[in-house]
Design a protein around this ligand. Structure first.
Ligand code: 13P
Length: 221
């Protein structure tokens, strides 16, 4: 039998409080996201820096958000008027002040569903943030990747560069995976094991599709 070895990393997303992040550091996650986007800019730096030093002392990677994403995740809603795009000058100061490895950028991306008119991403801002991040050896992360078209994700012509070509190296997808799970529950099944198996298959299909879209499929050997 052939044993496939696929490198997997387990990441703790949106740590909005010190106690939960301290627990995540103890539990053995490979990386954590410090989400201080609800705090003032100064407090976000202090909070992120604190967790960042602890995580780095354990050899873990740290992602943090600058700006603020609107939308709904885990039944929590950040209203549109609270959303804030990432500021390039602040980003340099934030990276210097916190020592993070990855920056979750806010360029018009949202958690949950995009409006019927579709996503309105500031790709010019993404390009500037990527230039700055690469100078500092920081990875660019895009949350709110459910509902992004193929055209927005990657190059589709010599005239059009997508988010990957503009620097994004990690996409966060949640809504589409959850939707597949919920939809699988709507068709009747004979037993709980079938309900669980079909929900798992539905989620796996979305993950596989996204891995192909983002270009991470087939890289394990
Ligand atoms: P979506 O809501 O677009 O799936 O984004 C998820 C996300 O960014 C999780 O952190």
């Amino acid at each position: 039998m052939h044993v496939w070895q696929v490198p997997i990393t387990v990441h703790f997303d949106h740590g909005t409080s010190k106690p939960e992040l301290m627990e995540a550091l103890e539990l053995g996650f490979d990386s954590v996201m410090v989400d201080g986007s609800h705090l003032s800019y100064k407090d976000n730096i202090l909070y992120t820096k604190y967790i960042s030093s602890l995580a780095h002392s354990k050899g873990l990677l740290v992602e943090a958000e600058l700006g603020r994403l609107s939308g709904t995740e885990d039944d929590l809603t950040v209203e549109d008027y609270e959303a804030k795009l990432t500021d390039v000058n602040q980003a340099q100061e934030f990276i210097d002040g916190t020592g993070i490895d990855a920056l979750a950028v806010c360029i018009g991306n949202v958690h949950g569903k995009y409006p019927p008119s579709g996503p309105n991403l500031r790709l010019d801002l993404l390009k500037d943030l990527h230039t700055l991040c690469s100078k500092n050896g920081v990875i660019v992360v895009l949350h709110g990747a459910s509902g992004l078209s193929k055209e927005l994700v990657k190059v589709n012509s010599v005239f059009w560069l997508g988010c990957i070509e503009r620097g994004v190296r990690k996409f966060n997808v949640n809504t589409e995976v959850r939707k597949a799970y919920m939809e699988s529950l709507s068709s009747p099944k004979k037993d709980l094991v079938h309900v669980m198996a079909s929900a798992k298959e539905a989620m796996k299909a979305v993950v596989a599709e996204k891995m192909h879209l983002f270009g991470s499929a087939g890289k394990a050997w």
